[in-house]
Design a protein around this ligand. Structure first.
Ligand code: IVH
Length: 680
């Protein structure tokens, strides 16, 4: 047979198998017996074996898994993946509806919504080029995810090649990968050593397996609900049409999706699904309401990573009762003592819970909680379980005593003025505070020193090898080589033996510290762990002061005059830079050769938090670039004109936003005027 004929045969065979797969996995309507399918599949494998040069990315043979990876590569999504804001109660949903009504100028009772179960799995982004699956990535931080293409290809219901011909050249498709309730039970029944806590963890654990041959054995599945980047644009008007398109291209869509009208329609759907939740074969944790019209979605836009055209109405967190066995006090980074209850272990929402936070003293007193009481506990999502109320008092129950000494270092404790907290006063010597501040220093949003875990830090502090963050830079191979990270008992001999760090771990630790010698000033300020200074305040300080010296020399008034900094934060910052321990620690870090790369260098505060709206076609920059410039200069961008808008930036052929701005008396400026303001 000529190569051309073989190629043709192979193409037909691949199309046939892909369609049979679609019928089996997506439509749940198998067309041929497993036996007949196997014959076709074997035929494909034998042709490909004889002609490996003809194997393509979209061949069904590519689903069986490939060589294990050593790590996942990063993937930048072509368009950012947004997340959803939540509501828990009707009253909050009403506020959402009213806000939507105000922006659109349309009664929410008349508004159509696409209502969809909120699937409790992992968000995934698939990039199709000319209809062929090119890259599959996890959501990650919304901008960058991990390349899990080999793993995703093992999921039978995910098309390797889109059906039909009318798909866009470049297309990102987004949905949720999950494992059904039954699939989860099956995996756990097979898996003796390590059981997954719930279907979501099972799906996450499977998707993050480096060996795709293992993944191929896991019952992963996926539903799709939206698209990201799409070129050329497709001509559709609603979310409903979008779901239909996705289905026509071969994607599996949740069969429970519906179109409803108004808040009433949304809530009726919510109640229906909530009452049948146990019978749904996969886990869901709420309902997503999406404004159906894509034009309205555009008008509503997004605010800080969450669209205003959608909202998640979450199911109430699961609650259970159990007994408080004891209460201990945990000392945090800032020295605050948090009461934590040890509980009779109980399963809540698929997870065994044996600890719950009691928050602070006032909470304990207000809820009249004692050791031995039967209490109601709640676990919502990934948050730490909490105690809601006492359901039954125990006659023998013991009062919770607040320690007079720090349980970690034995120093005295004091009550924080006007607060419900008690704090250990031994700020720089208490091991718990030392550990907490170093853990904060290396954390992702701070210095991002990967591979330096909490346990390692705790152990290094306990052994007196490090006392503060600057000591990390003094670590060397000699300190680490004989360092005992753990002591354990041998099963065979029953003898204790020490576990030391391997050469590879030592190298990784030192590399991790040294690779972060170039940092943004804002990350560095955040890493210092000043009370009340979160990421945003740290960034504002970096923009304003530009250099560490300027911060050291600033007086209280300079801090209080900054936006978003109140008197408490300003006093904390001022005092922080007056304390010898902090000054020495920072100087020592700076001496270790830290350099500030200035991501924030080009950032100004010229626009002082003003809100800008853009309309019409722009000449100099794309809308995206102009938005970035506004944000870089300390302004905000909104998609709709309101009383809060500082100015409307006018391009050619402006839309209805111009009318609205005129009506509300909002300042209108043209592109050139704006560039003058930001000195471009
Ligand atoms: S839409 C712009 N629809 O919820 C909104 N998300 O909290 C993009 N999710 O990351 C998401 N079911 O992982 C959408 N029917 C559904 C969903 C859904 C589950 C997840 C998704 C997203 C998270 C946001």
């Amino acid at each position: 047979m000529s190569t051309k004929n073989i190629k043709n045969d192979l193409k037909k065979l691949k199309t046939k198998i892909n369609l049979l797969n679609h019928k089996y996995y997506v439509l749940d309507e198998p067309e041929v017996s497993d036996y007949d399918f196997d014959i076709l599949f074997k035929k494909l494998l034998s042709i490909e074996e004889a002609h490996p040069e003809l194997i393509t990315e979209d061949s069904p043979s590519q689903r069986v898994g490939s060589k294990p990876l050593s790590k996942f590569e990063s993937v930048i999504h072509k368009e950012q993946m947004l997340s959803l804001n939540n509501v828990f109660h009707s009253s909050d949903l009403k506020l959402y509806m009213e806000r939507t009504q105000k922006i659109l100028g349309i009664k929410y009772d008349d508004l159509k919504f696409s209502v969809e179960p909120k699937l409790d799995g992992l968000a995934i982004n698939l990039l199709y080029i000319n209809g062929v699956l090119d890259v599959a990535a996890t959501r990650g931080d919304g901008t960058t995810g991990e390349n899990v293409t080999n793993n995703i290809k093992t999921i039978g219901s995910i098309p390797l090649k889109l059906i039909g011909k009318s798909y866009p050249e470049t297309l990102e498709v987004r949905g949720e990968v999950f494992i059904s309730k039954k699939g989860f039970q099956d995996i756990n029944a097979k898996n003796n050593e390590k059981k997954f806590a719930n279907p979501r963890n099972a799906a996450a654990g499977s998707l993050r397996q480096l060996d795709s041959k293992v993944v191929a054995k896991r019952p992963l599945d996926a539903f799709f609900y939206t698209i990201g980047y799409c070129s050329p644009k497709i001509n559709i008007k609603t979310q409903e049409e979008l779901l239909k398109k996705l289905s026509n291209w071969g994607f599996k869509i949740c069969s429970l999706n519906e179109i409803v009208i108004g808040q009433n329609g949304c809530e009726t759907y919510y109640n229906n699904i909530a009452s049948t939740r146990n019978d749904i074969p996969y886990e869901i944790d709420g309902i997503v309401y999406k404004v159906n019209s894509l034009d309205y979605q555009d008008e509503l836009g997004a605010v800080s990573r969450a669209p205003r055209w959608a909202i998640a109405h979450k199911f109430p967190a699961e609650e259970k009762t159990t007994i408080i066995k004891n209460v201990r006090f945990q000392v945090g980074r800032t020295g605050v003592l948090t009461p934590v209850a040890s509980l009779e272990p109980v399963e809540v929402g698929g997870v065994i819970v044996s600890n719950a936070t009691l928050h602070n003293m006032d909470e304990v007193i207000k809820k009249n909680i004692n050791i031995g009481d039967k209490v109601k506990i709640r676990r919502a999502g990934d948050v730490i379980p909490e105690i809601i109320s006492v359901v039954e008092k125990n006659k023998k129950s013991k009062k919770i005593k607040f320690p007079e000494k720090c349980p970690e270092c034995g120093s005295s404790v004091e009550k924080v003025e006007d607060m419900a907290f008690i704090k250990c006063v031994n700020k720089y010597k208490c091991p718990a505070q030392k550990k907490g501040s170093i853990i904060h220093f290396v954390s992702k949003k701070a210095m991002d020193m990967q591979g330096i875990g909490d346990k390692l830090i705790a152990r290094l502090v306990d052994e007196g090898i490090i006392n503060n963050s600057s000591d990390l830079y003094k670590l060397n191979e000699d300190n680490l080589r004989n360092f005992v990270i753990n002591t354990t008992v041998r099963e065979d001999t029953g003898k204790e033996y020490d576990i030391t760090l391997g050469e590879k771990s030592i190298k990784n630790i030192l590399d991790s510290i040294n690779s972060k010698k170039k940092v943004n000033l804002s990350n560095f300020i955040y890493s210092l762990g000043i009370n009340e200074v979160g990421e945003v305040t740290a960034r504002n300080l970096a923009i304003k002061f530009k250099k560490m010296d300027n911060i050291f020399n600033a007086d209280y008034d300079q801090f209080i005059n900054l936006k978003d900094i109140g008197p408490v934060a300003a006093r904390n910052i001022y005092n922080f830079f007056r304390e010898k321990n902090n000054i020495d620690n920072i100087n020592s870090i700076l001496e270790s050769g830290i350099k500030f790369i200035d991501k924030d260098k080009n950032i100004t505060n010229l626009l002082n938090n003003q809100i800008y709206v853009i309309t019409g076609k722009l000449k100099k920059f794309s809308r995206q670039k102009l938005s970035e410039n506004i944000i870089k200069n300390g302004g905000n961008v909104s998609n709709s004109v309101s009383k809060k808008t500082y100015a409307l930036i006018l391009g050619d052929d402006p839309g209805s936003k111009l009318e609205k701005a005129e009506k509300l008396g909002v300042k209108i400026i043209n592109e050139e005027d704006f560039y003058k303001i930001i000195k471009l």
